[in-house]
Design a protein around this ligand. Structure first.
Ligand code: C2E
Ligand code: MG
Ligand code: MG
Ligand code: MG
Length: 280
């Protein structure tokens, strides 16, 4: 129902919109206090290697829960963290926890084949000129090899200033940090900009994986060639969102070497994820 705000101008805000705005502000407050307490929870989703037939890596996925609102999905809080700029501090805290996870995995499970953990970075962070410096400082302070960390970015990182972005990525890549192109197949950036960057892994978005496993899908040859092309350029190809055996079989037939999906493992807290990766 519309309300009037004093004047005779009708307010176009419905009660739903008012509630949505209030919830957004509430979530921004929760993000602020979680940052103040360094209190983000992180779940790790194990990543399966097809050639090696075992888990080799994991993706860190940030979790936010409040006593008042319960669990808040990333699809809701990440855009708010981006709009408020809180994503910058949030990501450094997540990265620091991920480095500690890698370290404890090496210490507590020396036989665990965990090679790297990936962390999602937001496109808006790539306007920060100290991004590479601060990222490397966190990795170094934790005493882990930079090659244990993979940074995931989506094509949206390339929309505004590809030259600056390339410089930042190169600065981190040169010292050993790896990069993943996340959600590939959903963006609309210039292909030459993508091909110009050193992606160690290209992650096929789940929408492609799901579409490709439909009976009447006609793009299998195309996908096979696409995967082969990325491999020829030195990128491994990972399939996201693999939920069924049919999807797994299709993905294998396309030549993907890495799989991340509920069929293999769901995101879970640190100790559970480590046990899964260690095969215990
Ligand atoms: P993403 O980076 O593409 O992460 C993969 C998402 O797919 C995760 O959702 C994961 O739980 C989900 N997933 C994995 N396997 C399957 C499957 O087999 N089926 C289905 N239906 N889903 C699957 P989640 O954790 O809800 O995260 C959503 C998005 O939020 C992430 O997509 C990422 O873009 C963003 N996000 C999460 N954590 C962070 C973070 O720390 N920083 C930033 N910047 N973004 C984050
Ligand atoms: Mg990701
Ligand atoms: Mg993804
Ligand atoms: Mg995604």
């Amino acid at each position: 129902e519309s309300k009037r705000l004093g004047s005779n101008e009708p307010c176009r805000c419905t009660e739903d919109m008012v509630q949505a705005i209030k919830r957004k502000h509430r979530i921004a407050d929760i993000l602020r206090s979680t940052i103040a307490e360094d209190g983000f929870q992180i779940h790790y989703q194990p990543i399966w290697s097809i050639p090696r037939q075992r888990f080799v890596a994991a993706e860190a996925l940030c979790r936010l829960t409040s006593t008042e609102l319960g669990p808040i999905p990333p699809a809701e809080f990440i855009p708010i963290a981006e709009e408020t700029g809180l994503i910058v501090d949030m990501t450094y805290q997540v990265l620091d926890k991920v480095c500690k996870f890698v370290k404890s995995a090496r210490d507590e499970h020396p036989d665990a084949p965990l090679e790297s953990v990936s962390v999602n970075f937001s496109a808006i962070q790539f306007v920060q000129s100290d991004l590479a410096e601060r990222t490397l400082a966190i990795v170094k302070a934790n005493g882990i090899e930079p090659s244990s960390i993979k940074i995931e970015v989506t094509e949206s990182v390339l929309i505004s200033n590809p030259d600056t972005v390339k410089q930042l990525i190169m600065a981190m890549h040169e010292v050993g940090i790896q990069f993943c192109l996340d959600d590939f197949g959903t963006g609309y950036s210039n292909l030459s900009n993508i091909l110009d960057l050193p992606f160690d892994v290209v992650k096929l978005d789940k929408s492609i994986v799901w579409m490709a496993s439909e009976r009447d899908f006609e793009g299998s040859d195309f996908l096979g060639h696409l995967v082969a092309s990325f491999k020829a350029m030195g990128s491994a190809v990972l399939a996201e969102g693999v939920e069924t055996q049919a999807q797994r079989a299709f993905i294998e037939s396309c030549g993907c070497s890495l799989i991340q999906g509920f069929l293999y493992a769901k995101p879970s807290p640190q100790s559970e994820a480590l046990a899964i990766i260690a095969g215990k």
